[in-house]
Design a protein around this ligand. Structure first.
Ligand SMILES: Cc1cc2nc3c(=O)[nH]c(=O)nc-3n(C[C@H](O)[C@H](O)[C@H](O)COP(=O)(O)O)c2cc1C
Length: 75
């Protein structure tokens, strides 16, 4: 089972409200994929920081989705 979450990017990373969401919910045992709709910053830093902060969670990666939808999005 996997979960897909949209996160905001604030100052190049995920704001603390994302940490609050993670800590208030049981996300264990699920593959977690993140996406953001930010206009400029990439999602890479947010993903790597959340992976480091929550090593017990299976955060697979993330993708910035701020352009036209293409078949590439499913990869
Ligand atoms: C305080 C603040 C800081 C932000 N910093 C960034 C940023 O560093 N890079 C970026 O691309 N967008 C930044 N944004 C724009 C948010 O990523 C954008 O609002 C988000 O995609 C929309 O999510 P929301 O509707 O949940 O706020 C920032 C927005 C706020 C309010």
């Amino acid at each position: 089972m996997f979960r897909l979450y949209r996160i905001p990017i604030w100052w190049y990373t995920a704001p603390h409200i994302v940490n609050s969401f993670i800590e208030a919910n049981d996300l264990g045992g699920k593959e977690i994929y993140l996406f953001a709709t930010s206009g400029s910053s990439d999602i890479g830093r947010a993903v790597s920081e959340l992976q480091a902060e929550y090593p017990d969670l299976d955060i697979k990666g993330g993708k910035l989705v701020n352009g036209p939808i293409t078949k590439d999005i499913v990869k």
